[in-house]
Design a protein around this ligand. Structure first.
Ligand code: TXA
Ligand code: MG
Length: 315
């Protein structure tokens, strides 16, 4: 199904047999839990423990204005959600997507939809319907793809762990600053190694984002920020380039292929077009892909998070 972030591979979240098919289609490790998608906040009790503890209730109310939209919350799991969805955890990840087709689909279903991104495990998330079924996608493993057009945001939802110390588990287009402002408390960033004795340690260690790479097969090299271009690796006739804004013709000519994500470096456009550009260059038989970077502020935090993961095999 289309969503405003990336395409999702959906199944009835209350049906463990259906959910098992998601893991099989994606070759996803059973230890990596899924996000449960709901039609609206009046259905939160379909997935979360209800009523939730008061601090979580207050946080949900404080965040309600961001829904529907690209924000996933992690809170105490309700009794209808099977272990398969949460990888046995006592928490569940929940989101209310804004895409009109996803909303219609969720309204038509008498159950919530568990849906990870509709890519093979560890490959790049799909932002076009054809990404789901093309050679690097899920192919015949899915029965139906609903084409809802290109995804508006292009990076996966922000994930926030609710509780006494809310934590950003994955940056996205809803920024840590926006969340902290609404919650009136600091939002801690996920540490790759949560300290021993951290009461959230178990919640943080299990999920896949600590190790997932979402990487292209072609080596990806991140270029230093503009201004430090002397440190950049040399271009060449077998190198592809992802440019955040239009390149001067003489610079573009040094690469075999250039993907330009925006006219002037607008980060919303960069995020929207990034995954499709990575997929196109990955299919072009290049020796390496050189990619622009940005400072990890606001939406730049999500963009750099995905790029660092995609480049992790190369570095
Ligand atoms: O934008 C999105 O969120 C897309 C669309 C389809 O909604 N979905 C998506 O799902 O990105 P997926 O499975 O690719 O990423 C879900 C992330 C994983 O990193 C998983 O570990 C984390 O959510 N997650 C799920 N349940 C969790 C839980 N109970 N505690 C902590 N993390 C959890
Ligand atoms: Mg994913």
């Amino acid at each position: 199904m289309p969503t405003e972030t990336v395409y999702g591979l959906a199944a009835n979240a209350w049906d463990r047999t259906a959910v098992a098919k998601i893991f099989a289609a994606k070759s996803r490790p059973a230890t990596n839990p899924l996000i449960v998608h709901l039609a609206g906040s009046e259905r939160l009790s379909d997935a979360l423990q209800w009523p939730p503890p008061p601090v979580i209730r207050q946080q949900i109310d404080a965040l309600a204005a961001l829904w529907p939209g690209p924000l996933t919350i992690v809170g105490p799991r309700g009794p209808k959600i099977p272990d398969e969805v949460t990888a046995g955890k006592t928490t569940v990840a929940v989101r209310i997507p804004a895409h009109p087709v996803a909303r219609r689909l969720l309204q038509a279903c008498p159950f919530p939809l568990a849906a990870p991104s509709a890519n093979r495990s560890t490959y790049i998330s799909p932002t076009l319907a054809e990404h789901v079924c093309d050679a690097s996608g899920l192919g015949h493993a899915v029965a139906l793809v609903i084409d809802g057009g290109p995804c508006a945001h292009g990076v996966e939802s922000t994930i926030l762990l609710l509780g006494d110390h809310p934590r950003l588990l994955r940056p996205g287009s809803i920024t840590a600053e926006q969340l902290a402002e609404r919650l009136q408390v600091a939002v801690e960033e996920l540490q790759r190694q949560p300290p021993a004795g951290d009461s959230n340690r178990d919640a943080l260690l299990a999920p896949g984002m600590l190790r997932e790479h979402y990487a292209p097969a072609t080596p990806l090299v991140l270029l230093p920020l503009a201004g430090d271009r002397d440190a950049a690796p040399p271009a060449g006739p077998d190198i592809g380039r992802i440019a955040f804004q239009r390149l001067a013709p003489h610079e573009a000519a040094r690469y075999r292929r250039v993907e330009t994500l925006s006219d002037n470096g607008d980060l919303e456009a960069v995020a929207r077009h990034l995954f499709a550009a990575l997929r196109r260059l990955d299919a072009a038989g290049l020796r390496a892909i050189h990619c622009d970077t940005c400072s990890p502020q606001g939406l730049g935090q999500a963009i750099m998070d995905r790029l660092r993961r995609a480049a992790a095999r190369t570095e």
